[in-house]
Design a protein around this ligand. Structure first.
Ligand SMILES: [Zn+2]
Length: 197
């Protein structure tokens, strides 16, 4: 018999595999819903701002209301989190880093391989205070979210070809899902960023 535990972290109930087919991942519908919610959770600090768009198939930002192209510099093309979450356009949520907002994102490319974090990315994560982190829609990158400002976007190309970018304005970030149990708040990343850049 294969023993597994309910994937909803706080539960951890032991699951017994019965019959054939795929083993169950959750002990109950309640745990399945709770796990889905936890995976899609976004800090209130981001949810409360009207900075939300949709991600188009070509990765360009779309307006949540009309599905037409959104602009990362025109606030009238952004919507609330609730509006963007229920929008039928595009394939996911995007958040616009607007000038003067004190929200920044460290974008780590190609650092996740089947859920395993590359050592260089783990080191960066460790150098940051506890803050919201999510996995990019591709499933291979991480977005580290925090408070802070940059006068311009930065890009650091690593010797192994991976890339680290940091932005605080004029960009939108396509959201994937929350990284593990990342906290649902934004820490000040100014110091961590200074040592990194
Ligand atoms: Zn459970």
């Amino acid at each position: 018999m294969i023993r597994t535990t309910c994937e909803h972290q706080p539960c951890g109930a032991e699951l017994r595999r019965t019959g054939v087919g795929r083993p169950p991942r959750f002990c109950s519908a309640r745990c399945r819903v709770a796990a889905h919610r936890a995976r899609n959770a976004v800090p209130a600090e981001l949810r409360e701002r009207r900075r939300w768009v949709r991600r188009g198939d070509d990765k360009a930002p779309l307006r949540a209301d009309t599905g037409r192209h959104a602009s990362t510099t025109t606030a009238s093309t952004w919507r609330t989190h609730a509006e963007a979450a229920r929008s039928p356009h595009g394939t996911g949520l995007g958040y616009v880093l607007a000038d003067g907002d004190d929200v920044l994102v460290l974008d780590l490319d190609h650092c996740l391989d089947n859920g395993r974090l590359a050592p260089w990315a783990a080191a960066i994560l460790k150098a940051c205070p506890d803050t919201f982190v999510e996995v990019s829609p591709s499933g291979t990158g991480l977005h580290i979210w925090g408070r802070g400002r940059l006068d311009r976007g930065r890009r650091i190309r690593r010797p192994d070809g991976a890339c680290i970018e940091a932005y605080s304005s004029g960009r939108y970030i396509a959201l994937g899902h929350r990284y593990r149990q990342a906290p649902l708040h934004l820490a000040d990343l100014t110091e961590a960023l200074t040592s990194l850049l």
